[in-house]
Ligand binder design. Structure first.
Ligand SMILES: NC(=O)c1ccc[n+]([C@@H]2O[C@H](COP(=O)([O-])OP(=O)(O)OC[C@H]3O[C@@H](n4cnc5c(N)ncnc54)[C@H](O)[C@@H]3O)[C@@H](O)[C@H]2O)c1
Length: 380
């Protein structure tokens, strides 16, 4: 079966998906339509039918599935329309402006309908290796999780040339829902959901934007483990440092090297049995560093096509996207209301609080300044 794909939104990332298909990286899928605002040179070059209105593309019945790569504020409307007409949907992250929007879309999904999310970092071999160690219980009971991800630097022009990015109206947030949503997904994918979250944010601290460009969060987990997450788009050079510490050792990623530290014996066992007043467990270090990067977006897209044509399990089912968004929403809510947020998130409360900000927020007039775009440099 060849899956007929429509791409709705051919901007930065939509173009990337189109190129992955047109260059033959993707098997079993063809682009049969695109919907873009204005003319799409790629569609002209490859003679692909274009529709200025996404509803027309969907109603023409020339697609089995759509990739939605439009600004985040439009995900709910387009997602609902496509899902309610029976199309399979691959949605760009985040699923919507809030968990409540994601929940609304998920209610429309019928059996056999595939609704995937572009959680591309789940295919990163580094995070796959880290997850494997935790799933195999090689770290033992988790004690502490720290991720400092300040390597998301964005200059002012990134925001000012877009009318929707980094506005409450257009994106429902900034750093947390745009860049760090990837990290928050990996964090919960590997370590599970925290039971409470305390967040602190800097709003427009480094850029002329209304939303957060710096976030610091403190997590508590069900077993008593604690965690911290720090993100920023205002620092350079930033770092990407992710440590997961358990009773049996640690797995540590510094942005390049991935190391597994195995305690022999476990920390608790050593502590109970040693007579060495200043002793520590022996540690065996294994280098698990991964040298070969992969095309993450193509891997998720291929998996989505395989899920439609041969029932392959989705790497990023849409409902999974609610979890990272719940963490991002909770950090914001905690920062706004200066309180510790208990999880699961009260999605209606967040949505109401966000809507108060959205009602005061407008899409901006995008600057016409000339801008160089190297999309590869945007991925971390
Ligand atoms: N997974 C990733 O790595 C990744 C990377 C970048 C962006 N994204 C996500 O993808 C989405 C788009 O981001 P972007 O950076 O490509 O934005 P963008 O502004 O570069 O592109 C969006 C495109 O959608 C078009 N558009 C807007 N409304 C439309 C509509 N109703 N019908 C058809 N086209 C419409 C715009 O004209 C524009 O060309 C966002 O949700 C963003 O968070 C994901």
């Amino acid at each position: 079966m060849t899956v007929r794909l429509g791409i709705i939104g051919v901007g930065n990332i939509g173009l990337q998906h189109a190129n992955n298909i047109l260059s033959g990286v993707i098997q079993g899928g063809i682009i049969t339509a695109v919907s873009a605002r204005g003319s799409c040179s790629l569609a002209e070059q490859f003679n692909i039918p274009q529709y200025s209105n996404y509803k027309e593309l969907i109603d023409k019945q020339v697609c089995d599935a759509v990739i939605v790569a439009t600004p985040t504020y439009s995900h709910l409307e387009i997602g609902c329309y496509a899902l309610s007409r029976g199309l399979h949907v691959l949605m760009e992250k985040p699923i919507g402006l809030s968990v409540a929007e994601g929940e609304q879309m998920l209610e429309l999904v019928q059996p056999k309908q595939v609704f995937g999310l572009m959680l591309n970092q789940r295919t990163d071999p580094v995070f796959v290796a880290m997850k494997k160690k935790v799933d195999e219980n090689l770290l033992g009971s988790l004690q502490r999780i720290n991720w400092t991800m300040t390597n998301w630097f964005r200059p002012e022009i990134y925001f000012q040339t877009s009318n929707w990015r980094a506005t409450w109206a257009g994106e429902g947030g900034g750093l947390l829902v745009n860049q760090c949503i990837h990290n928050l997904d990996i964090l919960q994918w590997i370590c599970g959901m925290p039971r409470s979250i305390q967040g602190f944010c800097g709003f427009g601290k480094y850029h002329n934007i209304e939303v957060e460009d710096e976030a610091t969060a403190f997590f508590e987990y069900e077993n008593g483990a604690t965690g911290s997450f720090i993100g920023s788009t205002g620092e350079s050079p930033g770092v990407n440092r992710f440590d997961i510490i358990g009773d049996r050792g640690m797995i540590s990623y510094d942005g390049e090297k991935l190391l597994h530290f195995e305690n022999r014996p476990s920390t608790s066992q050593f502590s109970q049995t040693t007579s060495e007043m200043f002793g520590q467990p022996e540690v065996c270090i294994t280098d698990l560093s991964v040298r070969s990067p992969i095309n993450q977006h193509a891997t998720i897209l291929q998996n989505f096509i395989n899920a439609i044509s041969s029932n392959e399990s989705l790497i990023g089912p849409a409902e999974e996207g609610l979890k990272a968004l719940a963490i991002a929403n909770a950090i914001l809510l905690s920062a706004w209301d200066r309180e510790q947020i208990q999880m699961p998130l009260d999605s209606a409360r967040f949505h109401k609080t966000l809507n108060e900000r959205r009602s005061q927020s407008r899409l901006r007039a995008a600057s016409e300044a000339e801008v160089n775009i190297d999309m590869e440099a945007s991925f971390r």
